[in-house]
Ligand binder design. Sequence first.
Ligand SMILES: Nc1ncnc2c1ncn2[C@@H]1O[C@H](COP(=O)(O)OP(=O)(O)O)[C@@H](O)[C@H]1O
Ligand SMILES: [Mg+2]
Length: 482
Amino acid sequence: MTAIAKLFRTTAFKISLAYLVVAAIGAGLVLARAGWNVEKLIDAQIAQTVDTDITGLAEQYSEGGIGRLVQAVQRRSEQPGGGLYLVTTHAGEPIVGNVANLPPGVLAQPGLVETDYLRASDLTTPHRALARIFALPGGFRLLVGHDIDEALRMRRIFAGALVTSLIWLVIIGTIGGLWVARHVLRRVDTINAKAKTIVAGDLSGRLPLAGTGDELDRLVQNLNSMLDRISVLVTGLNEVSDNIAHDLKTPLTRLRSRAEQALQFAETPEDYRLALEKVIDESDALIRVFDALLMIARAEAGAGPEGMVDFDAAGVARDVGELYEPLAEDRGINLALETEPGLILHGSRELIGQALANLVDNALKYGTPQSDAEKLAQPDVVVAAKRQGKLVEISVADHGPGIAAGDRDRVKERFVRLENSRSRPGSGLGLALAAAVARLHKGTLRFEDNSPGLKAVLALPAAAAIPAKLAQPARSQTGAAA
Ligand SMILES: Nc1ncnc2c1ncn2[C@@H]1O[C@H](COP(=O)(O)OP(=O)(O)O)[C@@H](O)[C@H]1O
Ligand SMILES: [Mg+2]
């Protein structure tokens, strides 16, 4: 497509063209109307002059008959000006007047006519006249009229002005339209060129602003904020995949070396059996990591509204408590449950249950049993669910080492495990899931000091506080925070 063809196809040019057409119609109407008015005025003036002439001549005729009339016409014919007079005989022969020639038949019909004629003083150039014709007794004909060449010239001037102004309008309009289109197009072209480099991979690039604050600038601003958001998401995504690749490599390597060792050193079927069992254990751990990652991804993608139900938070707390009771007993930890009735949440019961399970799992894993006396004063681990304004807060408090204030955000990221926890089993995904579930439900996960120990609080909006359509998943928060 040539550059000029491109210009013609721009919206800016089409809009200019539309304005041009409207302006041309408007100008045409105004000029035509003015011309018409002027012509009517001139016509009226001519008609009036003719009528005055006729009145005068009629007086002469009624006073002195055809003789006086001829004399009067003779006088008037000799006066300068546009007045036209002619008296003919019954046979059409001119008796007196300043009209030399008329098209045949004009004198035959009395009344008002517009006709060509030749002037007695100038027999070469035909003129045009508006005339009234009378049939007089005795077969005489009287023509009284006026030259209208002046009016015709006026009409031609108006028509000429109309045409030239329309031509100028079209020329100026087209040039203006092209200029506007080119001006706008140049900006669109630079934006397009920059967009291409961004598409080609330069995600740090931004579209150029003209600084005029017009709609194009606003569009560019919005596109730029979109790009900002995308690059944050992409960076987050890159980090997450790096982490995942890195953190899965270790257990896979371990898995492989166990199999390799078995091949090298195992001798009896019992050796092989043990080795295979270890391989299965390692595989199970890997599968658990994948499950956790998938669940986080699911929570971050936002479970559809079909998975969202109303349910009692206290019920979930009870279920999770029961599930971990045996494990707590094994570790010599006493687990207490404190709930209030009527804590209705709207959301995914399964995901919230899993988030709470992860918090309880941590409390049992990192929390330490207290002395018997202390246990009496306060249970080692307390799982509580209570109403806090518009929120339902589900908390798990333990008496372990807690998490330093500076680490409380970091531990919510995938695969983050604090230094002193490395000896315990785990993959660093438990809190990441809990945080993602909180975000999905438009809630938060926060940590408080239980002095000593940690209190992890899952604060979620109570069902009544959520609008009916609920919890459109918090997509805008996903990804980057992981
Ligand atoms: N109750 C707790 N007390 C002290 N530290 C904790 C507690 N819960 C979590 N943490 C710290 O946060 C880290 C991340 O926890 P999590 O995401 O559940 O991973 P994992 O339990 O697999 O290590 C843990 O490795 C630990 O260092
Ligand atoms: Mg954990």
